[in-house]
Design a protein around this ligand. Structure first.
Ligand code: 5GP
Ligand code: ZN
Length: 115
């Protein structure tokens, strides 16, 4: 856990969040400022600041985040209509919280390309 990291505090239960799925390695919770009817963030419990800090040893963990996003989308009945998954990285990517998180966004038609 990284001191002063918002998402580490959510993972530790120190800051409340609407958790929709969790296990020993990851959790999924509702984004506080949803951009669509479904907007969930999937995070590893372990602190990793950005995608740049991932190592080859993290490949299974990142796959696990994607699988958890798939399961949430399935639970919400969005697997057929579709959804988007996004990791933002650093300033140009629009990252504002420096603990990696996979955005799962759906429930409406999403424009492409993003702004
Ligand atoms: P980023 O811009 O880093 O890719 O995404 C950060 C996301 O975290 C944003 O969508 C923002 O709404 C969300 N967020 C920021 N603070 C909180 C919080 O305290 N609780 C929850 N549930 N989401 C948060
Ligand atoms: Zn953290």
């Amino acid at each position: 856990m990284s001191k002063d990291c918002l998402f580490c505090k959510i993972a530790a239960g120190e800051i409340p969040a609407k958790i929709v799925r969790e296990d020993d390695f990851a959790l999924a919770f509702e984004d506080v400022n949803p951009q669509a009817p479904l907007h969930v963030l999937v995070i590893p419990r372990r602190h990793i600041a950005t995608l740049n800090e991932l190592t080859d040893d993290d490949e299974a963990l990142v796959g696990h985040l994607v699988s958890m996003a798939r399961d949430v989308a399935h639970d919400r009945g969005l697997d057929g209509s579709g959804y988007r998954t996004v990791f933002n990285c650093n300033a140009d990517g629009g990252q504002t919280v420096f603990h990696i998180h996979l955005h799962l966004i759906g429930g409406r038609s999403l424009a492409w390309p993003p702004g």
